[in-house]
Ligand binder design. Structure first.
Ligand SMILES: Cc1cc2nc3c(=O)[nH]c(=O)nc-3n(C[C@H](O)[C@H](O)[C@H](O)COP(=O)(O)O)c2cc1C
Length: 452
């Protein structure tokens, strides 16, 4: 009997055209590069057919960092603002969670609170915010600064930012709006709360002029992996995306974040950790391997080198592509993924070409290539041995690879009792098994401010 097995949570990582750096060139990839809204609608509906918990759009407030020639060979260059995209997808879908990135470094809490509360209202409780501190330092130059904020300042700001956003989301009690025509009361006096926040980075009075959203608060997602990132996630995140090359580091990350949660007094189950997972699947293992090789052969070396330079945070252009990966200094506030890639190259003696081929499909996330049983075996092992609560699935190119996952892997997971056969709930929280947060004003946690 499989009824009591741990249930895998699934996210679908969205990207224009493809995740694999050369995926857009595949003969089966969309001829128009996926650059129109109808394509995204199609992807959302395929993911919903596969009963995914959520779809996720990453974001950066800058263009990508490759040199212009390599950039012209990639599909990562044009996008739709994710908040607009997900809001437009909301009425075209019914069940799937809609999650996108917004930075705490180059935005303001009032804006973010308002936009995600609105997404949650429009989607009837399916909104989620991936809180990032901005991985791309070039964002600074679009916001009046020459230099990126230091990592410690970014995380201090993020901590205060999320507290303000949550405070604003609690502006209205659940039962604030009574629409009492008889008495002439639209909302109950005393049911709106003024935040009056004054801190190191922000002064925000509130309240939010958007009513309380169906989930109470949209789901807060994070994806930082440094010590600061793990701590902030343990204190505040409800979903964590993470990138690993090996099950061992995924397990270490998982137990570290869950232990930190327990130390903060949080229930370990109230944050779902979802490593990224690239999947190349076909009816047989050999067919999957061939499929993968076909994609790898489409990578132009200039693109591979530029991409690796970005993720390792070191300019590799002009170096011998078949020579060793240089030892990259790690004390520059570079993203955690840079150290991960450096360590992998050193441990396995990889050349630049071998390392860029390794990350071409998933940018440093784990990748599985095989039959549906191979993929399900791997996922089952990770879930049952403390490496994750689910996965953020990274299809190499759209729509074929997403259809392959839904048609081949999902039934295999269901057969093993590891994945739902129908959505359990109506909101993203309900499907993920996350509690609805009580308002900070409900239990008298804070002094109630005067009603407007
Ligand atoms: C799956 C995944 C998605 C991410 N998406 C974004 C993103 O959309 N925008 C961004 O600036 N950073 C993104 N990041 C990066 C992290 O959120 C974080 O900012 C970065 O890792 C630097 O922090 P760290 O050193 O604590 O890891 C993502 C990371 C992962 C693993």
């Amino acid at each position: 009997m499989t009824a009591n097995k741990r249930q895998i949570k699934l996210g679908m990582f969205l990207r224009p055209a493809a995740h694999h750096i050369a995926g857009w060139r595949h003969p089966e990839a969309w001829a128009d590069g996926g650059l129109n809204f109808q394509r995204y609608a199609e992807l959302a509906q395929i993911a919903e057919r596969g009963l995914f918990d959520m779809m996720f759009s990453a974001d950066a407030l800058t263009a990508d960092r490759y040199d212009p020639d390599s950039l012209s060979r990639t599909s990562y260059v044009a996008w739709i603002d994710p908040m607009s995209l997900l809001t437009a997808l909301a009425p075209l879908t019914k069940h799937i969670g809609l999650v996108c990135t917004a930075t705490t470094t180059y935005d303001e809490p009032f804006h973010i609170a308002r936009k995600f509360a609105s997404l949650d209202l429009i989607s009837r409780g399916r909104g989620g915010w991936n809180l990032v501190t901005s991985a791309n330092a070039n964002e600074a130059q679009n916001f009046g600064r020459d230099e990126h904020l230091s990592k410690s300042e970014r995380y201090r700001r993020a901590r205060e930012f999320v507290d303000v956003v949550r405070g604003l989301w609690d502006s209205w009690d659940d039962d604030a709006f009574v629409f009492d025509k008889q008495e002439g009361r639209f909302f109950r006096p005393g049911s709106v709360h003024v935040l009056n926040h004054v801190g190191e980075f922000f002064r925000v009075r509130g309240p939010l002029n958007v009513s309380r959203s169906p989930q109470g608060q949209p789901v807060v997602v994070q994806a930082g992996a440094s010590d600061d990132g793990r701590q902030l996630a343990a204190e505040t995140a409800e979903v964590v995306f993470t990138a690993h090359q090996k099950i061992e580091t995924a397990r270490e990350f998982y137990s570290d974040v869950k232990n930190r949660m327990a130390a903060c007094g949080r229930d370990r189950d109230h944050c779902k950790i979802m490593p990224g997972l690239g999947v190349v699947v076909a009816p047989t293992r050999q067919e999957a391997l061939d499929k993968h090789e076909q994609l790898q052969d489409l990578i132009h070396p200039d693109v591979g080198i530029s991409m690796l330079s970005k993720y390792i945070a070191w300019d590799l252009r002009g170096m011998d592509v078949d020579g060793p990966v240089p030892v990259v200094p790690q004390d520059r506030g570079a993203p955690t993924r840079s150290a991960l890639l450096s360590d992998t190259a050193r441990a396995e003696g990889l050349t630049i070409r071998q390392l860029y081929r390794r990350i071409a499909g998933t940018r440093g996330h784990f990748q599985v290539i095989g039959s549906p049983a191979d993929v399900a075996d791997m996922m089952e092992e990770w879930i049952t041995t403390g490496a994750g609560d689910g996965f953020n699935i990274i299809p190499p190119f759209f729509p074929t690879s997403l259809n392959d996952f839904v048609d081949l892997v999902v039934p295999e997971l269901q057969r093993r009792g590891l994945f739902r056969t129908a959505y359990e709930g109506r909101t993203l929280r309900e499907n993920l098994g996350l509690p609805r947060p009580a308002s900070r004003y409900a239990a008298g946690v804070r002094e109630d401010a005067a009603a407007e």
